[in-house]
Ligand binder design. Structure first.
Ligand code: ADP
Length: 365
């Protein structure tokens, strides 16, 4: 069991930097939760406060109902895995994994069973006699995980554990981590600055900016209902387009005015925008929600004609860059669409999937 509660947690470093501000979160037992956000937003500081490696300036940390603020790290039943593997170079893989158990007084047979079990889960059985220098980056990272696993902690804290690996290995380890979570049945708190990693790994994601939680939600909800423009821009690649527009209500109909283009809104959006005539808002549209070809015909009431500037073929699709109503826009199109610079291209915005934000507060409308 490991149920973690962070109540109004704040961290101010001695030099006056406020790294974490009023952080409130409840982490369920066996949850795989991710802290994500740009570098410096306070992810590691929060993780280190859970581990006990950093003092909590204000607020309460509870694990299974017990206040942990003053409990030393070794008594918190937590294992931490960092981006640097921190292996002992002169010791074998076996001894590196077993090292985490040194303080527990186990018989040789018990220790052997635990090490072999961790090695089996991690696919390291044939590597146990090797020294770290004989291993690949991915294998080293697995040994570091092994040292954490054998301790059978209530909670695993992982701080960017995959960021030293190359792209291919990272994808492979991502799959292994998801499987590991299943087989361990432990609570995992995982820090990353990589939104793709966050989206693929977590059951819930905490998006942070400048020490403040922006949204806590499932990957799907973060993608389809971002709470504000920061989350909307941070989650999803290429980034969501933001188009500044003005709400116009005329004879019972509602439009968005973007430069000299008028876009009708959906019924649902009309309800949300009621009474906002003349208000500046931001229309958020993801590159994949800009239609081309026959799809653009289908959504022709939201059609726009643009001039192709840059075209990048990705393989199964292409990215088209252009200017529209004073904003830089990226569209994810079919290969060949807008390939020639200067070409006029007919597209359509899939308004049913568009997002509306208050231009002043940047919050979702
Ligand atoms: P992240 O993990 O999201 O990259 P951190 O938690 O490491 O962010 O840092 C959050 C903020 O706290 C940053 O502004 C960082 O410069 C500052 N910070 C981190 N560690 C210390 C420290 N030991 N002393 C002073 N400031 C720190």
């Amino acid at each position: 069991m490991a149920h973690i509660v962070l109540k109004n947690i704040c961290k101010t470093y001695p030099n006056g930097v406020s790294a974490v501000d009023n952080f409130n979160l409840e982490i369920e037992d066996k949850e795989f939760i991710i802290f994500v956000g740009p570098s410096g937003c306070g992810k590691s500081t929060t993780l280190r406060m859970i581990a006990g490696l950093e003092d909590i300036t204000a607020g309460e940390l509870l694990i299974d109902g017990k206040i942990m603020n003053e409990v030393p790290p070794k008594d918190r039943d937590i294992a931490m895995v960092f981006q640097s593997y921190a292996l002992y170079p002169h010791m074998t893989v076996y001894d590196n994994i077993a090292f985490g158990l040194r303080r527990k007084k186990l018989s040789k047979a018990e220790l052997d069973e635990k090490v072999k079990n961790a090695a089996r889960i991690l696919g390291l059985e044939s590597q146990l006699a090797k020294k770290p220098r004989e291993l690949s980056g991915g294998q080293k990272q697995r040994v570091a995980m092994g040292a954490a696993i054998v301790r059978n902690p209530k909670v695993f804290l992982m701080d960017e554990p995959l960021s030293n690996l190359d792209a291919k290995l990272r994808v492979q380890m991502r799959v292994e981590l998801a499987r590991l979570h299943e087989s361990l049945g432990a609570t995992i708190v995982y820090v990353t600055h990589d939104q793709t990693e966050a989206m693929t790994l977590g059951s819930r994601i905490v998006v942070m900016k400048e020490g403040i939680i922006q949204q806590v939600d499932t990957p799907n909800n973060l993608y389809t209902k971002p709470a504000n423009m920061f989350v909307a821009g941070f989650i999803g690649s290429p980034q969501m387009n933001f188009l500044y527009s003005v709400v116009k209500e005329e004879d019972g109909a509602t439009f968005l005015q973007l430069g000299d283009v008028r876009l009708p809104v959906t019924e649902e959006q009309r309800e949300k925008l009621r009474g906002m005539d003349g208000k500046q808002i931001v229309l958020g549209i993801r590159p994949e929600d800009i239609m081309c070809g026959a799809e653009a015909e289908k959504y022709s009431k939201w059609g726009i004609t643009v001039t192709a500037e840059v075209y990048e073929l990705l393989g199964s699709s292409a990215l088209l860059y252009f200017e529209f109503a004073g904003s830089r826009v990226t569209a994810d199109v079919k290969p060949g669409v807008g390939e020639k610079e200067g070409e006029r291209v007919h597209l359509a915005l899939h308004m049913e999937r568009a997002h509306l934000f208050d231009a002043a507060t940047e919050q979702r409308i």
